[in-house]
Design a protein around this ligand. Structure first.
Ligand code: SF4
Length: 349
């Protein structure tokens, strides 16, 4: 897929936008003032593969905790602030790597300038986060609802405020719980501004529904090349957000950190116990970090085609399977030897 060409924004030592790979992020659920618990959760997120972490900054004590948290973590930190410019100033003094704040909510021009001046001086980017649930009442009244157009108009208003201060280290998000609104809003904004886009479906739900909604919304945009960083929002442990985000990137082919398995659903033509075989093979391969595609197919209808396209694969026959490697049939394997021989071949690749 052709990635949209956006500007590049640096979050601490990490770059997003331009040609850079999609960055995975999450947000802590701990009280930010509780440094010990917040650091412990961030470490779990780091181990899971989180690349940027956001913390809520509802008051001065939370803003002042950022310095202590930063000292104990290894990934860039984002301070999530609503309304209070003073919290943004403290968070930046404490060493936050990025701010999430909407300049239109800060108040006077002078306050905005204090934030943009310090952000410029410290090279700290700002994410404008427009959310359907907290859309500006003026704009909502004009559109009658939180439509995609309304989200885009709100985002552009905030962008103009930052651009008036010649501030361009901007990241944008336009989140909604409606997939239609969210996808449309990002599509529209993607051609109106050059800045990197942070994708997310807001209030997506629990692990199962939230993962599904996020996969559809985020996935649809990434397939069009839109998006530079993603956050899967789940009403669950944030570590699960990272797992879900990684899986979305894996199925899109944007993260190649483990073996990709292609397997058919089986049908009345299948003459081997493919469901069990596929499960056994997947369990054995899940932790292997080889960049390979393995096809596990039930019969000769679609089997040889998929097995040939993959690096290695099988196509089932009568109580046996044909083994394919790099597009060629290697040999026939009896059913009771399929798992063992396939794994052996993968090990040798
Ligand atoms: Fe059925 Fe064969 Fe297709 Fe599998 S590959 S679903 S067994 S036709």
């Amino acid at each position: 897929m052709n990635k949209r060409k956006s500007t590049i924004v640096n979050i601490g030592s990490l770059s997003i936008g331009g040609p850079y790979p999609i960055v995975l992020q999450s947000m802590t659920t701990t009280d930010t003032r509780n440094v010990k618990d917040t650091v412990a959760q961030i470490r779990l997120l780091e181990n899971a593969g989180c690349q940027v972490v956001r913390v809520a900054v509802p008051d001065v004590a939370a803003a002042e905790a950022i310095g202590a948290i930063k000292k104990q973590i290894n990934i860039p930190l984002v301070a999530d602030i609503h309304f209070d410019y003073n919290l943004a100033l403290i968070a930046m003094q404490q060493g936050t790597d990025k701010l999430r704040i909407n300049p239109g909510n800060i108040g006077s021009r002078e306050r905005v300038q204090m934030v943009t001046e310090m952000a410029k001086e410290k090279n700290i980017p700002i994410r404008i986060g427009v959310n359907a649930g907290s859309l500006d009442h003026r704009i909502q009244a004009r559109y009658g609802n939180a439509t995609a157009e309304a989200l885009v108009e709100s985002a552009l208003e905030h962008v103009k405020i930052l651009e008036a201060d010649k501030f361009d280290q901007i990241v944008l998000s336009l989140k909604a719980s409606s997939l239609k609104v969210m996808v449309e809003a990002y599509r529209q904004i993607s051609s109106k501004v050059p800045y990197p886009l942070h994708l997310g479906v807001t209030e997506a739900g629990n692990r199962e529904t939230g993962t599904l909604k996020s996969a559809i919304g985020i996935g649809a945009l990434l397939l069009d090349g839109i998006g530079d960083t993603i956050r899967v929002s789940l009403t669950a442990d944030p570590v699960l957000e990272i797992e879900a985000g990684k899986n979305i990137l894996r199925v899109l082919g944007l993260l190649k950190d483990r073996i990709q398995i292609i397997s058919c659903p089986t049908c009345g033509r299948c003459q081997i116990n493919l469901i069990e075989l596929a499960q056994q093979i997947e369990n054995k391969l899940i932790s292997k970090d080889k960049n390979l595609t393995v096809a596990i197919m039930g019969c000769a209808v679609n089997g040889p085609g998929e097995a040939r396209e993959a690096d290695i694969g099988i196509a089932g026959g009568k109580e046996c399977a044909l083994l394919f490697k790099k597009g060629k049939v290697i040999r026939k394997i009896p059913e009771n030897r399929i798992v063992e021989e396939l794994l052996e071949e993968i090990e040798n690749l």
